[in-house]
Structures are given as C-alpha cells and as structure tokens.
Design a protein around this ligand. Structure first.
Ligand code: MF3
Ligand code: CO
Ligand code: CO
Length: 255
C-alpha cells in the first residue's frame, strides 16, 4: 500500500498531539526515583493524560495491552507492563507515552534513571539518544528510509553496542502503527523515498550486549536474551520541504 503524505493541517493536528505526549514525559521526570513502582508511574501518567490534558492513552487496551504507558526497566527492551515492582538505585527505565488528541496520535519515549546509573548505563543511554538524533538528522525529502537505518546502525555499532532488529519505528497518524516500517539498520539509498508530509517515528532500541531478544510469557515484555541492558528513545517526526520537524518536543525545546 502506498504511503499518503499528511496535509499541512493534518500535521498541525499531529504537532498538538506530539507536544502533549512530550508534556507527559516532562511531567513524569521528577517521579522517577528509587522506591516508586512502575504501576504508580502508570497511574500518575494516566490521570495526567485524562484529567489534565484531555487525551486518550493509546496503549490502554491496544491489542490487549493492559496499561496506559510502557515502562521498560534495565534489560527490558520495550513494551514493559507497569506493575508492582519498584525501582532501585541505579535502575534505568524507558517510559513510552502515546496519546490520542482529536483522533491523532503522538508517540514519544525517553530514558530516565533512578538515582545514579553505572558508567555503562549512562553511556548506553547517551549513545542511544545520539543515535536517535543522528537518525532524525538523516531525514530529508528525496532521501530514503535506509539513510536513517544506516546512520543509526553505523554509529551504534562503532560504539560497541547492538541494534534490535525485531522492532522498528512506524508511520503514525489517525492510526497508532501505520506504514511504513522505519528500520534502525540498513543501507543508505535503500527503502522508501521520503516525501514532504510523511510522518513517522524514529525509536531505536539499543542493547549493551548482543542484539537478540525474546518475549516473556506475558506476551508483551521484550527482554534481551543475554540480559544485557537496553535503552530506547523515540520521537515522532514529519518530513518537511527542507528536512524534518520533530513533533514531540518538550517544554525545554531540547530534542
Ligand atoms: N509506543 C510503542 C511504540 O513506540 C508501542 C506500544 S504498543 C503497547 O510503537 F501496546 F505496548 F502499548
Ligand atoms: Co512508536
Ligand atoms: Co512509543
């Protein structure tokens, strides 16, 4: 199926949704502390989304997902289900927020630390963030999806880390997961040619050890097979006439 570019007014609506997702990530930051449970973080985000922002948390009941955010701690790669487990000093956590505002989705995630992380964890988090930004900077009309993948993969592997293959970025709009798939590995010049109005996420999952993952019996939680740490950052991005626009900037304006 061909990918339809969004119109300027559709992108206006997605910018609103994207910024609201980022506001949730801004809001939750001071709550990520040793001793807090991931279900407490879910509850705080859920109430803020529904009561303060007037948005729908997209993950809740999505394909049976039971909570309003994903919380992926340490060796959890993605889709961690909030629960009773509390964060401990040194834990790292990805919080992934997707909101629906006026029918449009905004999807973003960030890494947080409970207390002081290890030197390795800090380097993994910073490398993954840099990989996200380098991948986004490869977005331009006339470029290809493979430009993003090669940029992320080359940088991450030079740092001695690995790129998860089983999960990828995605087109987004009225649908949570639309075409195309945005791989975080590949070859420059390959894949779909980018056109102004395309909107998709870039969301590299990067492992400190080997790239292989498995899903736990709960059917959702994805973990590294070697139990190495994993990190992820995500933005929703639009292709513009001149390059790209990040739709999920927080109040600081820093991507
Ligand atoms: N927000 C995730 C993404 O970036 C998807 C979560 S699906 C859920 O695509 F069901 F686990 F919420
Ligand atoms: Co996403
Ligand atoms: Co997400």
């Amino acid at each position: 199926m061909p990918v339809r570019p969004k119109t300027p007014s559709e992108i206006d609506a997605m910018r609103v949704a994207g910024r609201l997702a980022a506001r949730v990530l801004d809001m939750i930051e001071p709550h990520v502390r040793p001793g807090v449970s991931t279900e407490e973080l879910d509850g705080i985000c859920h109430r803020y989304m529904v009561e303060e922002l007037g948005v729908v948390p997209a993950p809740l009941h999505y394909r049976g997902f039971p909570k309003s955010i994903c919380t992926s701690v340490n060796h959890v790669v993605c889709h961690g289900i909030p629960g009773a487990k509390t964060l401990r000093e040194g834990d790292i956590i990805n919080i992934d927020v997707t909101v629906i505002k006026d029918g449009w989705h905004g999807d973003a995630s960030r890494m947080y630390t409970a207390g002081a992380p290890s030197v390795l964890a800090r380097r993994l988090i910073e490398t993954t963030h840099r990989a996200l930004l380098l991948g986004i900077e490869a977005v331009r009309p006339g470029g290809h999806l493979g430009d993003i993948g090669e940029t992320v993969q080359t940088y991450v592997e030079a740092e001695g880390f690995s790129v998860v293959r089983e999960y990828c970025g995605h087109g987004i709009g009225r649908g949570f997961h639309e075409e195309p798939q945005v791989l975080h590995y590949g070859r420059r010049g390959e894949g779909l040619e980018l056109i102004p109005g395309f909107v998709f996420t870039v969301e590299p999952m990067i492992n400190a050890g080997r790239r292989h993952v498995k899903t736990l019996p709960d059917g959702w939680t994805v973990v590294t097979r070697d139990r190495s740490l994993s990190a992820q950052w995500e933005h929703t991005v639009a292709v513009t006439e001149t390059g790209y626009e990040i739709l999920t900037l927080g109040a600081s304006g820093v991507p």
